[in-house]
Design a protein around this ligand. Structure first.
Ligand SMILES: [Zn+2]
Length: 162
């Protein structure tokens, strides 16, 4: 069976930057399970899976535009520390949920100075060309219920509130 929209895909992946520095890998833990065509994966990777089958192992290069997009300087903001009241151990590198003009999003603290902190709302992989090492482990038809829910059900069923 080949990968197409509404197939459940189980795959291992390793993701590297263009210099082949490993960023993340599923090979030493749980593989990724998802429904093809739901936008679960970044677009540049999802499109490359079409027509692949169990046992296929391949490399996919995805430029930043088709991965996590380009960095936007406007997503870096300096705000008063009081903006994050109640967080005692604020520190550089910490990820926070913040209310922004674009809605709630994850930001990373990149600077702290007196009463101000600087946060970066860019995705950590924004602006980076990526290389994926993929191995397809399983391909099956998604059930009607899975397609309706937009996610994979395991033995226990849905496991989500609807
Ligand atoms: Zn469900």
């Amino acid at each position: 069976m080949k990968i197409a929209n509404n197939k459940v895909v189980v795959m291992h992946y390793a993701v590297m930057d263009s210099e082949e520095t490993l960023i993340d890998s599923s090979y030493d833990h749980q593989p990724l399970t998802f429904i093809q065509g739901t936008g679960f994966l970044i677009p540049g990777l999802e499109s490359e899976l079409v027509d692949k089958a169990v046992g296929d192992k391949f490399i996919v290069d995805v430029d930043a535009d088709n991965a996590y997009g380009q960095r936007h300087d406007g997503f870096v903001q300096t705000v008063p520390k009081s903006f994050f009241q109640g967080i005692d151990d604020l520190d550089v590198g910490m990820q926070l949920r913040a209310q922004t003009d674009e809605g709630e999003q994850t930001v990373i603290v990149i600077g702290m100075e007196d009463d101000e902190i600087t946060v970066d709302g860019n995705h950590p992989l924004a602006g980076i060309d990526l290389k994926f090492d993929v191995e397809i482990l399983e391909v099956r038809d998604a059930t009607e219920e899975e397609i309706a829910h937009g996610h994979v059900h395991t033995e226990g069923g849905c496991g989500h509130e609807h």
